[in-house]
Write a protein that binds this ligand. Sequence first.
Ligand code: MLC
Ligand code: AMP
Length: 505
Amino acid sequence: MTNVLFDTLFGKHAGQTTPFLISPDGSILTHDGFLGMAAQFAHAITGAGLSAGDRLAAQVGKSPEALALYAACVQAGVIFLPLNTAYTARELTYFIEDSGAGLVVCDGADLGGIREICAGVNARVETLNGDGSGTLADTAAALPARFETVPRQGSDLAAFLYTSGTTGRSKGAMLTQDNLLSNALMLADFWEFDASDVLLHALPIFHTHGLFVATNVMLASGGAMIFLPRFDQDLVIAHLPQATTLMGVPTFYTRLLSDERFTRALTSHMRLFISGSAPLLAETHVQFEARTGHRILERYGMTETNMNTSNPYDGERRAGTVGFPLPGVEVIVTDPATGQPVAPDVVGQVEVRGPNVFRGYWQMPEKTAAELRQNGFFITGDLGRFDTDGYLHIVGRDKDLIISGGYNIYPKEIEMVLDTQPGVLESAVIGVPHADFGETVLGLIVPAPGKTPDLDKIAMDAAQELARFKHPRELVLISELPRNTMGKVQKNILRKKFADHFVAA
Ligand code: MLC
Ligand code: AMP
């Protein structure tokens, strides 16, 4: 028996001495060297007691070693659960408990708090720091650079990625080997990646975009990645000349456009710029082409499904659209009331079916049943329409979700924190336009009768509970929330009222 994901994406590079990861300081890790590092980590995590089907949760900085930990999990059949480095102890506690992780890998600086969380659930803790050092790395360094790959089938789980929910409770999306592999192979082919490509990788590696789209596509094609720790504008500009492709969220592109060093000459050699995770304004698409001569290729995906649609590689990349269904992926737009497909140009809910669609939410059969139809279609929560040429336009969201700089933020989670603060009767959290992040978080607070809530204190308390990117950028007092006859808060009215709050500022 084989391990289809490991063999196809990773193992096939054994003996390949071309670069895989190029660090900003110029140091190079070859494909073969990366496999050796992954094998050492595979020995380390199995030595720590993990076996196939167990979960490993990692909240670690971006480094070649952190990526090797992902490869090690695949090779050992362990389910990889990457976590945003911004999550607070409160948020982590939930993920660790809910997933039943057997091993948690964290930065040494966070060891104290995480050890406490893990003690309660009998999980082991090891460290891996942003510079690649740590207890797990020390153990791995002394272990063999070859590991007997653990057999797995395509239907076996490879990763859990937590996505927040409209109820405020995060859900672990279970992704199989086939989910990841089918998407990686298809995207590498569709976007014409090959071993000569060098991807400038400036995304985090704890989400679908940076981990599965960017990394898996480069593994599938055998090319290299310039592996930047984060989106640092100076580093991106400095390394563009060595790259052939860039994948980013729209904020990458708006930031680059605001930099006068980002010129046609700097980008003339580039093969492809890809955008996703949040809507790319048509205006950004147009400005980008005027500046560089390149048309950004926009695609659409999500944690539960990887990538669903893409503008064409050859052919018109239409601004303001996310293109056509990708090969092997079915996308329909349906009437929410009947579930039946609607005609072109009619807005409905976007549904997706294909080998990319996840298995369900971990230990949440009801939530899974509510979103994943028996016929295999996943109800994405996005609203869209196909135009008469077949391009999909994402026009809004049925789910109460804010996307800030490519990170998803569920208002309910923030409202639950604000509502418990002294002097607060109730709150509503909305996303409003923001020049840098696309949307940002605004917290609206209705005081309890006769009370004057201390907004600074509320902001400070909320900061203890929630990851930095979820913090309301501002809290505003409001006398009451608009409600419809069913008593539901009419956030559309609030969004309209506060639409210029940050843009005008
Ligand atoms: C950072 N901050 C954010 C933020 N990122 N706040 C809101 N939204 C964000 N996205 C905080 C920082 O902690 C900092 O706080 C302050 O805001 C300003 O930080 P910055 O230095 O300007 O931000 P930076 O570190 O440069 O990060 C911005 C960014 C980053 C856009 C480069 O957020 C990023 O890499 N986003 C990509 C997210 C991503 O990969 N999404 C894919 C999800 S997968 P302070 O306190 O220091 O001021 C998916 C599926 C699909 O959606 O289709 O791909
Ligand atoms: P996540 O749950 O973090 O994977 O985010 C997925 C969501 O991001 C989708 O459901 C969409 O709402 C949004 N998204 C991703 N790509 C695009 C895009 N190109 N245009 C508009 N929205 C997008």
